[in-house]
Design a protein around this ligand. Structure first.
Ligand code: ZN
Length: 223
C-alpha cells in the first residue's frame, strides 16, 4: 500500500505536473476516446503503456479472459453497459479485443476442472466454453504452447463475433463508422499480433514506416 501512495506522490510531482494542461482540458471538455479497448484483468497487460496512449485516449474494459458476453445469451452487466456507452454515447471509431499469452483464463477454459471450485469464474468463462472443442476440431495437430496460443487467438475471435450481437455495434460496422481488431499481446517480448481476416492469421504489428513483406512470405506469427 505504501508503494502505491508513494507512487501517487511521484505521479503528481512528475507526470501530472508536466501534463497539467491536458488534465485540465480533459476535466473541462470531457472525454472523447477514439478506442474501446477490451482486455484481460491480468496485471501484466497495461493498455496505455503498450499502446503509448495518454489519459483520455482509451476507454477500457477489463475482465477475466477479455470476454464479451453475447447480447441476449451471456450475462448482462458491466461489460454490455460499457460497450453500449462507448459506442452509443462516446461514438468510438474502433474496438480492440486484446488477449495475451500466459493467460490464466485460457488455461481455465481449456481445463475447466482446474477452476471447478471457483463458481463465479466457471460461470463467467462459459461464454468461451466452445473453445476446447473448436481447438480439438481445428488445431488437433498442434501441441502444448502452440495449441494454447491457438486458444488465445480463437478466444479473441469469439469475442469479436459476440460484439456483433449488439445491434448498435453491427449497424456501425456495416455503416463503416466502426472498426474492430483482434490483438494478442505477447508478454515476454512486448510484441502485438493483429488478426488479419484476409489470411485468417494473427500477424505481428510492425511500424507503419516498415514495409510489410507480401502475405505469402509472412509466417503465422504467434504460433
Ligand atoms: Zn488473462
Amino acid at each position: 500500500m505504501q508503494k502505491l501512495e508513494d507512487g501517487i506522490h511521484h505521479f503528481q510531482a512528475n507526470y501530472f505536473a508536466s501534463n497539467r494542461e491536458l488534465f485540465e482540458q480533459l476535466a473541462a471538455a470531457g472525454q472523447q476516446p477514439e478506442t474501446l479497448f477490451i482486455t484481460c484483468c491480468d496485471s501484466r497487460v497495461v493498455p496505455n503503456l503498450i499502446t503509448s496512449t495518454a489519459p483520455g485516449e482509451l476507454f477500457i474494459i477489463r475482465n477475466v479472459g477479455n470476454i464479451v458476453p453475447a447480447f441476449g445469451r451471456g450475462p448482462l452487466g458491466g461489460v454490455s453497459a460499457a460497450i453500449e456507452y462507448a459506442v452509443e454515447v462516446l461514438q468510438v471509431g474502433s474496438i480492440i479485443v486484446c488477449g495475451h499469452t500466459h493467460c490464466g483464463a485460457i488455461d481455465a477454459i481449456l481445463h475447466p476442472e482446474r477452476v471447478s471450485h471457483l463458481p463465479n469464474v466457471t460461470r463467467w468463462l462459459r461464454e468461451s466454453e466452445r473453445i476446447p472443442q473448436l481447438i480439438a476440431d481445428r488445431y488437433g495437430f498442434l501441441e502444448g504452447e502452440a495449441q494454447t496460443t491457438a486458444a488465445i487467438e480463437e478466444n479473441v475471435l469469439v469475442q469479436l463475433e459476440n460484439l456483433r450481437t449488439f445491434d448498435f455495434v453491427a449497424r456501425r460496422l456495416d455503416e463503416g463508422k466502426l472498426k474492430m481488431n483482434g490483438w494478442v499481446f505477447k508478454i515476454a517480448t512486448g510484441e502485438v499480433f493483429d488478426y488479419e481476416p484476409r489470411s485468417g492469421q494473427f500477424l505481428k504489428l510492425v511500424p507503419s514506416d516498415e514495409t510489410r513483406p507480401p502475405l505469402s512470405e509472412r509466417a503465422p506469427a504467434a504460433r
